[in-house]
Design a protein. Structure first.
Length: 357
């Protein structure tokens, strides 16, 4: 979904042209406009997003063996509440352990409502040999299917044709191709047609897709509770995990229960961010956490007051939102202690280190 390889080789072009000649078009195919998102995308207004004709949101759930998308549970509630069709994808990492990655993926989506089949995202030719990609894909898909789920494959057009076509299990396909419609769209293939679209309701770029109705077939992740119970439980778990990430003092048990300890840490977060300290996780808290997870560069002359206050709090100094020399000095010392470039600017690597502590 991100960092796609846009190089389409001559061989790919020949295959695509051949497919155009011999592939019949299903003129009755139903098409759904969608987006696919992960934690670095910024959806600012879901109703504005819907007004663009978007009806499907595919959210990243996991990557590799350990990484969980930090906005999965938060976005899940917003997607459901705003009436979108929802689905989930796993970003493949060449760990040599495809079954373990599949288990990690299923552990995070079980219990979440889904309207679509699950998705495996495998891409970037530089990260795989052909045989590694084939072996990984077949084992990952095979395990997910063995657990009773339907799954589809997302990849770049060239990666699919050069590495996977004819070598993997037959599953629904979703291919990225920018400036060229895949030959099998729409009757066989869903199509990611842009990776840098600008639309209402989104800050910055976003991936845009056309899905066919094959994405809605098969067994979705099982519901283990009522929708409202699941939404509340996951919302609180997300809040607890985010508080633990952004506040060095927060050691909450991520159990989905808002007890006194969680309410107290919400108050601490509100105080640090300069918000009303009522212990209620409202829209101001949501906006603040989105600013923090935006991982914008902080430091002179870059002014981001709420993220700066969080940085200052975690450095153990006065949190006034002013990134002066004292803040820069403490940041340099912190960066040095974490084997980071000690330039006093709080950029993406510093944010990743802080938020993954």
């Amino acid at each position: 979904m991100k960092n796609k390889n846009r190089i389409v080789t001559l061989l790919t072009a020949v295959l695509v042209i051949s497919a155009v000649i011999f592939m019949p078009l299903n003129i009755h195919a139903q098409i759904y406009k969608g987006v696919d998102v992960y934690e670095y995308d910024n959806i600012s207004n879901y109703q504005q997003l819907k007004s663009n004709g978007v009806s499907v949101v595919i959210q990243k759930a996991t990557e590799g063996l350990c990484h969980n998308d930090s906005l999965l549970n938060y976005r899940y509630n917003a997607i459901i509440q705003n009436g979108f069709k929802v689905g989930y994808y796993h970003f493949a990492d060449n760990t040599g352990q495809p079954v373990a990655e599949a288990q990690h993926f299923l552990s995070k989506v079980q219990g979440l409502h889904s309207d679509t089949i699950l998705w495996l995202d495998i891409e970037n030719e530089s990260n795989w040999t052909k045989w590694q990609a084939i072996d990984y894909t077949n084992k990952f898909i095979g395990y997910v299917q063995s657990q009773g789920y339907r799954i589809g494959l997302y990849s770049g057009l060239s990666f699919y044709y050069e590495y996977l076509k004819g070598n993997i299990t037959n599953v629904p396909l979703w291919l990225a191709s920018y400036g060229r419609q895949p030959a099998q769209f729409p009757n066989i293939v869903s199509w990611q047609y842009s990776e840098n679209e600008r639309i209402n309701g989104v800050v910055g770029d976003i991936d845009l897709d056309y899905f066919n109705d094959s994405i809605f077939t098969g067994q979705a992740p099982r519901m283990v509770q009522s929708n409202m119970q699941v939404q509340t439980y996951n919302r609180i778990k997300t809040i607890q995990a985010q508080l633990n990430a952004v506040l060095y003092s927060s050691k909450l048990v991520v159990d989905g229960i808002q007890g006194n300890a969680t309410t107290q840490q919400i108050r601490v977060f509100q105080q640090v961010c300069g918000l009303k300290t009522d212990g209620i996780w409202g829209q101001q808290c949501v906006n603040a956490i989105q600013q923090i997870y935006g991982k914008d560069l902080c430091g002179r002359p870059y002014i981001h007051r709420i993220p700066t206050r969080i940085i200052q709090y975690n450095m153990g100094i006065q949190f006034d939102g002013i990134y002066g020399r004292d803040t820069a000095s403490h940041v340099q010392a912190w960066q040095s202690s974490h084997s980071l470039k000690s330039d006093g600017l709080f950029g993406s690597q510093s944010w990743l280190t802080l938020l993954s502590k």
